[in-house]
Write a protein that binds this ligand. Structure first.
Ligand code: SF4
Length: 345
């Protein structure tokens, strides 16, 4: 099975895999890199419109490298995992400064760029330059765990090490593009997490998970641990149809995006507004929001506070944004929802 895994996967990809995704049919490393970064932890259908819009604004590496932070974050807003956008931008600047604006071809030079791990570097090198290297993204892990019956949670070091060794051993001598795409396609289209379509799979007769009916157990689940709950209050300081935003520090949650000022959930919102330099006669409690991050759940209590605007210029890192201009702003998703609700009220 190990020996003919690659030829079977390549043949299946060529006849049944995906060939029309917007980032296929190009050898431009910039476009391939962008797609690989956007596809991390994100479904293809979600990525497609963001990918097109991002390319419309930043059609090549030089344009991205020269772009201001805010316009890059605005194009990424809504896609989540914002460190990806910050790293992408930082990497574009590094390529401009250190590689003469040309995307590097050597695997270690690619791996050295911010935000690019081993699997992503190998995928870019395979698709853009036809270089032979193993990938081990979520789809590949699921397929390998099931076909070869690898127990344990792939996030655990020992399991991951075993998977990397297997992924390396399975690599074909040629057709690396179809092979790499095949692993991604099989995981995304047939070997889905729930209800895999084994009857259409090229490995249905040999796959250990299929033969032993262990689809639900493989790959092993992350050990359960309860996710912490956190709470915050957000202040919607409103004046003349505009609201006050603060730029979030990077690195950190929502780093580089514009968000509402916050105070502890149990603090007096009017007093918190006063500490920012604004006097509010009233503070109205708005509907609460819950936002779930990978590592914690955030309970957000927004407060609406009509305020007077000081005549002095705003401090750096703060701006007033018209509610009518929400669409173009780099806002975290829950903040956008909170403000949309205010705009429509
Ligand atoms: S046979 Fe089923 S479980 Fe095994 S790799 Fe194919 S789709 Fe996945």
């Amino acid at each position: 099975m190990t020996l003919d895994f690659a030829p079977r996967l390549i043949a299946w990809q060529q006849s049944h895999g995906r060939h029309d995704l917007p980032w296929q049919g190009t050898l431009d490393p910039y476009r391939i890199w962008l797609s690989e970064i956007m596809l991390q932890q994100t479904q293809v259908e979600t990525v497609i419109p963001y990918y097109s819009r991002f390319l419309a604004s930043f059609p090549d590496l030089a344009t991205l490298a020269a772009a201001p932070d805010d316009s890059v974050m605005a194009r990424w807003a809504g896609l989540g995992y914002y460190s990806r956008a910050r790293n992408l931008h930082a990497a574009a600047r590094r390529i401009a400064a250190e590689h003469g604006g040309r995307f590097p071809q050597q695997l270690d030079a690619i791996l050295d760029l911010p935000g690019i791990g081993r699997s992503t570097a190998a995928a870019i090198a395979a698709f853009a330059f036809g270089q032979r290297g193993a990938i081990l993204d979520g789809n590949a892990k699921r397929v390998l765990a099931r076909v070869f019956g690898i127990d344990g949670w792939p996030g655990e070091k020992a399991v991951e090490t075993r998977m990397w060794a297997l992924a390396e051993a399975l690599l074909p001598e040629s057709d690396i593009r179809a092979y790499t795409q095949g692993l991604m396609d099989l995981g995304a289209t047939l070997c889905a997490r729930a209800r895999p379509r084994c009857e259409a799979c090229p490995f249905s007769d040999d796959c250990l998970a299929n033969r032993q009916g262990r689809h639900g157990e493989l790959p092993g689940a992350r050990p359960k641990k309860s996710i912490p709950e956190k709470a915050t209050a957000m202040l919607i300081l409103l004046h003349g149809g505009e609201i006050l935003l603060e730029k979030r520090p990077a690195p950190g949650i929502w780093g580089g995006l514009w968000s509402l000022p916050e105070c502890p959930a149990d603090a007096d919102p009017a007093r918190a507004a006063a500490s920012l330099g604004y006097r509010a006669e009233t503070a109205d409690r708005c509907p609460a929001h819950i936002h779930t991050f990978t590592h914690f759940r955030l309970h957000i209590q927004p407060w609406l506070l009509p305020v007077e605007r000081p005549l002095a210029a705003e401090e750096p890192g703060r701006l007033w944004l018209a509610l009518a201009d929400l669409n173009g702003a780099a806002l975290p998703t829950p903040v956008r929802r909170i403000l949309e609700a205010i705009r429509q009220a």
